[in-house]
Design a protein around this ligand. Structure first.
Ligand SMILES: Cc1ncc(COP(=O)(O)O)c(C=O)c1O
Length: 213
């Protein structure tokens, strides 16, 4: 029996080989191995794509999540609400900062955090909600942002698996996932959907539409 190849990065690469090779050589020739023009342009383009004010490239999606929690000044003993079904990075960064992850069940159809259960998990120590847009499907951001506004909580979107996903609000407004909460984090790990965008730099698009007390 022929083994199933779940992630075929070789075929993906060969489809866009010319572009990728030229981009790699451009970076080597410029010798800008950290930051530089290519990374700035990438950040600008990704921010524009998301309609976000800022985009901060960092090493990977896990770092992006940790930096987001640090940027929001989450302290040991604070609590963050996370879905009970996600990739480990969403939760391990909280553990690393000694922030307590409080697990909330996911919706059976979307596999994303169930807003109907979030409020029951909120305590005086809760500082943030971390919805994860899993398998290219958006969490119910309208309800999540309303809960966050009521309780003055930050929202950090884990958009590692859903870059490019559109979320439609009840009034018809459409926004990219990762640009709705206070900070959105994404990943360019090769098997991710984002890898199809043919870039190798991870980033953290940041937006601050309102500031909880
Ligand atoms: C939901 C989710 N969050 C975070 C990450 C972490 O991203 P990275 O592998 O770039 O550190 C991943 C991917 O591995 C993920 O699937």
């Amino acid at each position: 029996m022929k083994p199933l190849q779940m992630v075929d990065t070789k075929t993906q690469y060969h489809k866009i080989k010319k572009e990728v090779d030229a981009a790699v050589i451009e970076v080597m020739e410029s010798s800008m191995f950290i930051g530089g023009k290519v990374v700035s342009e990438f950040a600008e383009n990704l921010a524009k794509y998301h309609g976000s004010k800022h985009c901060i490239p960092c090493a990977n999606g896990t770092d992006a999540l940790q930096i987001a929690m640090m940027a929001l000044d989450l302290q040991p003993g604070d609590e963050v609400i996370v879905p009970s079904f996600t990739y480990i990075a969403t939760v391990e960064v909280a553990g690393l900062l000694r922030v307590k992850p409080v697990f909330v069940e996911v919706d059976r159809r979307s596999f994303c955090i169930d807003p109907a259960v979030i409020e029951k998990a909120i305590t005086p120590k809760t500082k943030a909600i971390v919805p994860v847009h899993l398998y290219g499907q958006a969490a119910d951001m309208e309800k999540i942002m309303a809960i966050a506004a009521t309780h003055k909580l930050f929202v950090i979107e884990d958009n590692a698996q859903a870059i490019g996903c559109d979320y439609t609000f009840s009034n018809g407004t459409v926004k990219k996932t990762g640009s709705i909460g206070h900070i959105g984090c994404t990943s360019f790990y090769p098997p991710k959907i984002s890898a199809l965008l043919a870039t190798a730099v991870p980033c953290l698009p940041m937006t601050m539409p309102w500031q909880p007390n």
